[in-house]
Design a binder for this molecule. Sequence first.
Ligand code: G1P
Ligand code: ZN
Length: 541
Amino acid sequence: MDMIQTTYFDDQKPGTSGLRKKTKVFTKKNYLENYVQCLFNSIPELIGGTLVLGGDGRYFNKEAIQKIVGMASANGVSKVILGCDGLLSTPAVSCIIRKYKADAGIILSASHNPGGIEGDFGIKLNGSNGGPVSEQITNKIYEQTKLIKNYKIVQDVHINLNILGLFDFMGMTIEIIDSVNDYANLMNSIFDFNAIKSLFSTEFTFCFDGMNAVTGPYANEIFVNRLGAPATSIINSTPKEDFGGLHPDPNHRNAREIFSMMFDGDNVDFAACSDGDGDRSIVLGKKTFVSPSDSLALLTANATLIKKYKDGILGVARSVPTSKAVDLVAKKLNIKCYETPTGWKFFGNLIDNQLITFCGEESAGAGSSHIREKDGIWAVLMWLNIIAVTKLNIPQLINKHWKEFGRHYYSRHDYEEIEESKAIYIFRAIEEKLSTLRGFVFGDETVSSAEIFTYKDPVDKSISENQGIVIELEGSSRIVIRLSGTGTAGATLRIYFEKYVTPEENLYQDTQMVLSNLINIANEITQIKDVLGKDFRKVIS
Ligand code: G1P
Ligand code: ZN
């Protein structure tokens, strides 16, 4: 066992449950090791405990696994459970931690960020409930990153990651498990696989794009082997270190293949894709994109059609920038709807304390109490199961939903890789104006409230401040402005727009047109074009 003096470390942001950096930063000498040692130092249960380890297959995944196995051994971990070939999706890690009662899980992924030597790498830490570790632990990790001087490692580990089974590694047990099986079994316990199988045996056509990231093997096992979809319905299904040059972020800018299939080409009845580590997904019907906020609302409204949720759900939660479509469903179902800051970890407490069953974010992540992470394939199966039961296709289901509840026109605009100082300047300038915005009239819109979102956790009563600026306008329109916490270069400012129309109004207009007033208001409030000097805007959804 060697003790190695740290030569370089660049700490994480406090409060984040993972570290995401350029791959070239992670591959610097001692960088990964230093951070992983901070993780081991922050979870004492791992000494003599069990660790689940796997990643989304991006460049450096396998090398990082060998190093972390060496560090687990040197740090006195008693057992490491590894996904075969080093692969485990984020939802699979959550499932496996819970099933095998592990003490923690390390997920090697930068989620939807590009992979490869020129891309990004990341490490996420999940606790024994299967979810991202609490803020208390992330703060501990942050403190460790400032103190770290040494790490413990058994060097030059070369485990064959392809042989399933249990073996001994210097007194530590290593178990290499099938990356897919436990997760597929969990899905089988939630959904009516026979009903979905019958759907696939009709003329129903389906396409799942694995984006050359981790979900391909999961999709093959679940949709093809267990549910009978044709093998050709899964595309880009082999995980590649650079994701084959694709950017596995499920939106119209990056999931081009399925968007052009569904809007311009020979479309199928149902198309879907996930992000790099499989915790997000989008679904599309013929010439129809289901906005993630609408998806959460529709899945909530139809929950009782699914085997696991047939007796109803406890409550729902959405992040603050996610549209209020699900709020209307919750009201009808007479269940509570919680509004949380962006980021999955806030949902965990609500699920653990039986306050909610479903939760979701506008960024295409939705999930339920079956694990403690968002779950891309779960959401796809929810849709398939609802279609199998109702015999309605995606456009019909969406129309039915809007005709009952009305529609929340929704869009997110991103300003990526802008100078941090300019992003902070824009933010501060709006904060200073907040008190004067209330009652302000812009054209035919009037500001009814303008506030910085603060969250009080209903369970542990902890307070999370500065979670974005929320500007509400009379008539149920909103603008939310926040800085991203996951970018790896410069700053990313996200502006979210939402406008509600009742079932009696026009439900089929162009989204950007409906939101144009709100977009103008945001331009005026932020003065963003003037500050940035050029138009950095990207329309994401
Ligand atoms: C983004 C998404 C957010 C999600 C997070 C982690 O964070 O917006 O919904 O929880 O990735 O996957 P952001 O970059 O906006 O801080
Ligand atoms: Zn992800």
